[in-house]
Structure formats: structure tokens, C-alpha cells
Design a binder for this molecule. Structure first.
Ligand SMILES: *[C@@H]1O[C@H](CO)[C@@H](O)[C@H](O)[C@H]1NC(C)=O
Ligand SMILES: *[C@@H]1O[C@H](CO)[C@@H](O)[C@H](O)[C@H]1NC(C)=O
Ligand SMILES: *[C@@H]1O[C@H](CO)[C@@H](O)[C@H](O)[C@H]1NC(C)=O
Ligand SMILES: *[C@@H]1O[C@H](CO)[C@@H](O)[C@H](O)[C@H]1NC(C)=O
Ligand SMILES: *[C@@H]1O[C@H](CO)[C@@H](O)[C@H](O)[C@H]1NC(C)=O
Length: 444
């Protein structure tokens, strides 16, 4: 009796185990126990600290959240995963700012910015604005802006009295002789600390802080398709493999009943409902979204003509695969060799000299964006032109808008052929030079 009771509880435990086997720790990528899962649920830490991965199947298409990319460690490369470090992190254990080797405080960040980055506008002789747009879009595809959204919109008290003592804050003091702000009364810039696994309570406070990436780290057009299967379904037509669209003057636009638009003017009524709502943000992200979304529907329509037996899912998946492959081709083969040495890219296996199929999959590699990239890529701001020209399709300049007046203005794009004019501009107008000078509208 006793023995069979014990056996029975073993069966029950292994049963529970096989179900909990679908939950993984977002930081380590390891499976978690039922007890840990229950504790995380209790503290509202799902999906931050743990992610559910439905059983992988060897012949399924690429998942939206990228789980099962690695069949043995199925949560690697999905959302909420960490960043890679080229060098090990070096933070003081007291939670303060890192000091110089001598132990003294490092120079003030604002003083460095003003000393190192002059304002200026020098056109680039080699590249058009398409380069800027694609660099912004690749960053949006593989990293996350929640830390920026945090200090811009959510935690805005860091410059209020006592802000520097708030553990969420890291305000930047503005020196009195600041060349740009000395005549203003701004002596503090709002900044919040990055959201880390440690602060969320996913990992012990004793570990060095590690930032969390809410986005999938792969180049997978997550901005177009979303990274959650159930949510993404709401943005599909559910016929013809298409993404949901409404026609304006014969062209596809996503549903216009979105709510997350921050700065539309009164006449700018359009706001997009999207699988990834932060697409209603920077102009480059908004525009590249529309280009790739329309290309998806174009592909689906053409595939349906030649494959009349394919159902909605098949058309959707194949169009998505081709769209992602095109995006990767643009990034790795067209863009990168123009800004990074071609031989260097070959030598490091980023690209290959031959066309055609390459299988360099290495299960021991973890798909992560390096944290150093998210910092270094800020230097690309020096390419950004603050005044955008709109052109007709013959290359005639129609008008000019300030880039700052386009950001967070999704509703501007369908008015007065703005999207068309800016799209023409992206491959007709030079971006600015790759020196350190920053357009005055981009710097502050
Ligand atoms: C996943 O696989 C386990 C073990 O093979 C099985 O017990 C479980 O029911 C599966 N879950 C789903 C959702 O298919
Ligand atoms: C343009 O490209 C040439 C040749 O690669 C290079 O020497 C030059 O520095 C580039 N100019 C700019 C402004 O990037
Ligand atoms: C900081 O945020 C507050 C609240 O949004 C705002 O009033 C203030 O102007 C901001 N300070 C700076 C320097 O941007
Ligand atoms: C929309 O409103 C803004 C400011 O209110 C104005 O500058 C712009 O010309 C208007 N655009 C159109 C297309 O009416
Ligand atoms: C619309 O664009 C034309 C140039 O193509 C410009 O002359 C006109 O002022 C614009 N209208 C508005 C309301 O912005």
C-alpha cells in the first residue's frame, strides 16, 4: 500500500514536471521549477523573469517569439532575454556610478557630451538618408526602447528635489557654463536607471545589474509582425496570408484605430493599431514598417496567384520568411559592407563570398545583441539630418519638414503625400557626414 502510494506520487510529480518543463528563466535560459514559477506569478514577474515555451516541433515554421530556434535550449533568442557583453561588466557594488581607476568620480556626462560632440550640418557625399532609416529600424528590430520610454514618459521625477536619491533615477547635472543651456534654467536632465533583472527581482541583487531586452534579438521584422503569436493573429486578415490593412488612395495602411500616438496634431488623426505599438514613434521606424508591411501583402498576393492551393497560414509564413530574408540581405550584404570593411565581415563569418544557401548554424551560440552595440550605435546620430526634404518621383523638391516635427506624428504620414515625399527623400537626400558633428535638432 505504502509503496504504491509512493509510486503514485512519483507519477503525479513527473506529470507536473513535464508540464513545468515548458517554463524557462529568461535570464539563464534554464528550465524552472513549479515552485519558482508559482513564486514569480505571485509577484507579478511574468513574463519578465520567466517565459513559457510551447513544445518545439522540428518541422514548424519560425515562431514569432523566436523560441525553439535552439531545439535543446528553446528559450534562447526569444523576448525578455539579456544582452551580451564584449567586456565583463564593472559596476560598483554599492549601486552608485562607476568611478575612475583612481577611485575618483568620472567626468560629468553632460560636460563630456558638450566637449566631444559639436553641433553642425555637413552633408555626406556617400550615403543617402536611407542609411539612417535602416540603422534606426535595425535597432528597433533587435533592441528595446523601454528604458527611454521610462525617463521620457513614465518616471519623470528624477530632476525634482530628492530625485537623485530615488533608486529609479540617475539624473544628469548640467554644468553652469554649459554652452547650450547656460542661458536657460535647466540644470538637470531627466534620466532613469535601466531596468534590470536584479531590480525586477528576477535574479539576486548581489549579481551585477543586467539589462533586459523586451524585443527578440534577431533580425526578424518583429516591428512588422510582433513577437507574440496570439497578439499577432489580431493583425492578420486571416485570408490570403495578408497583414490587416485598409486602403487609402489605393494603398495599404494598417488599421487606423490605434491609441498609442503621442504627438499627433489636431489634423493628424491617423494612429496605427499594431502588433508592436511602439512603431508609432520615430519616423524611420514608422516608414520602414509601412514599406515592409506593404511588401508582405505584395508577396502574399503574388504567392497566392502561383500557389492557389496554399491556405492563409502557408501564405503568411512564406511571405514572412521572404520578407525577413530580404531584410537580412539588405542589412548584412547591402548595408554593412558599406560601413564595415567587407573583408572583415567575411573573415568573421558575418557574410559569405558565395551566393546561395549557407548553413553556419552553431547550437553553442546564444543569439544576443551586445550591450556595447546599443551604446556605440548612438554615434550614428551624427548621420541624422534634421531637415528632411520631400521629393516627387522625378526628384523635384516639394517642401521640407523638420525631423523633430515628424517623430511621434504617425498621423502626418497619410496627409498631403507626406509618406511618398519622405520615401523619395530617403534615397535622394544625403544624410549628414560621419564626423562627430550632430545636427542641432538631434543634439541638445
Ligand atoms: C509537451 O511535451 C511533454 C512531454 O513530452 C508533454 O507531456 C506535454 O503534454 C506537451 N505539451 C504540449 C502543450 O504539447
Ligand atoms: C566616402 O567614401 C570614400 C571612399 O570610400 C571615403 O574615402 C570618404 O571618406 C567617404 N566620405 C564620407 C563623407 O563618408
Ligand atoms: C523632466 O521631466 C519633467 C516631467 O515630465 C519635466 O517637467 C521637465 O521639464 C523635464 N526636464 C528636462 C530637463 O527635460
Ligand atoms: C496640420 O496642422 C499643422 C499644425 O497645426 C500644420 O502646420 C499643417 O500644415 C497641417 N497639415 C495639413 C496637411 O493640413
Ligand atoms: C502640401 O504639399 C505642397 C507641396 O507638395 C505644399 O505646397 C503645401 O503647402 C502642402 N500643404 C500643407 C497643408 O501642408
Amino acid at each position: 500500500m505504502d509503496i504504491s502510494g509512493t509510486l503514485w506520487s512519483c507519477v503525479v510529480i513527473s506529470c507536473i514536471y513535464s508540464v513545468t518543463a515548458e517554463w524557462y528563466d529568461t535570464f539563464t535560459g534554464n528550465q524552472i521549477t513549479e515552485a519558482r514559477l508559482a513564486a514569480l506569478r505571485l509577484n507579478n514577474l511574468i513574463p519578465w523573469c520567466a517565459i513559457e515555451v510551447k513544445n518545439c516541433s522540428l518541422d514548424e515554421p519560425r515562431r514569432l517569439d523566436n523560441s525553439c530556434n535552439n531545439i535543446h535550449r528553446p528559450s534562447l533568442g526569444t523576448i525578455m532575454t539579456p544582452y551580451h557583453h564584449i567586456l565583463p561588466p564593472d559596476f560598483p557594488t554599492n549601486g552608485g556610478l562607476r568611478t575612475a581607476k583612481s577611485g575618483r568620480a568620472l567626468p560629468n556626462a553632460r560636460a563630456l557630451r558638450v566637449a566631444l560632440v559639436p553641433d553642425g550640418r555637413i552633408p555626406n557625399k556617400n550615403f543617402t538618408h536611407l542609411l539612417t532609416n535602416m540603422i534606426v529600424f535595425v535597432t528597433a528590430d533587435s533592441t528595446t526602447v523601454h528604458d527611454t520610454a521610462n525617463y521620457v514618459a513614465l518616471t519623470t521625477t528624477c530632476c525634482m528635489p530628492g530625485g537623485e536619491l530615488d533608486p529609479r533615477c540617475m539624473p544628469i547635472r548640467v554644468p553652469d557654463d554649459d554652452v547650450h543651456l547656460r542661458r536657460s534654467n535647466v540644470r538637470c536632465l531627466n534620466l532613469t536607471r535601466s531596468i534590470t533583472y536584479q531590480r525586477l527581482g528576477c535574479t539576486p541583487e548581489t549579481l551585477p545589474p543586467e539589462r533586459i531586452n523586451l524585443n527578440t534579438p534577431m533580425l526578424d521584422l518583429a516591428q512588422v509582425y510582433g513577437s507574440e503569436t496570439a497578439k499577432a493573429m489580431n493583425f492578420r486578415e486571416r485570408w490570403g496570408g495578408r497583414l490587416k490593412a485598409e486602403k487609402l488612395k489605393g494603398k495599404d495602411w494598417p488599421p487606423g484605430n490605434g491609441r498609442v500616438c503621442f504627438q499627433n496634431n489636431l489634423n493628424e488623426t491617423r494612429c496605427h493599431a499594431l502588433a508592436e505599438s511602439l512603431v508609432n514613434s520615430l519616423l524611420s521606424v514608422n516608414m520602414a514598417f509601412l514599406w515592409f508591411m506593404r511588401q508582405h501583402n505584395n508577396l502574399a498576393e503574388r504567392l497566392a496567384k502561383v500557389n492557389p492551393c496554399w491556405d492563409d497560414d502557408k501564405l503568411y509564413m512564406v511571405s514572412r520568411d521572404i520578407n525577413i530574408a530580404t531584410w537580412q540581405q539588405i542589412m548584412y550584404y547591402d548595408l554593412m559592407p558599406n560601413i564595415v570593411d567587407y573583408k572583415y565581415l567575411l573573415k568573421n563569418g558575418v557574410i559569405f563570398p558565395d551566393h546561395g544557401h549557407v548553413d553556419d548554424y552553431d547550437p553553442s551560440l546564444e543569439p544576443l545583441v551586445s550591450i556595447d552595440y546599443t551604446v556605440a550605435s548612438r554615434w550614428f546620430h551624427s548621420l541624422q539630418e534634421g531637415r528632411l526634404n520631400l521629393y516627387d518621383n522625378q526628384g523635384k523638391i516639394l517642401r521640407q519638414v523638420a525631423a523633430v516635427e515628424t517623430t511621434l506624428h504617425t498621423g502626418m504620414l497619410p496627409l498631403n503625400n507626406t509618406l511618398e515625399g519622405l520615401t523619395q527623400g530617403s534615397f535622394r537626400q544625403p544624410c549628414t557626414s560621419t564626423d562627430k558633428a550632430m545636427d542641432p535638432d538631434v543634439s541638445m
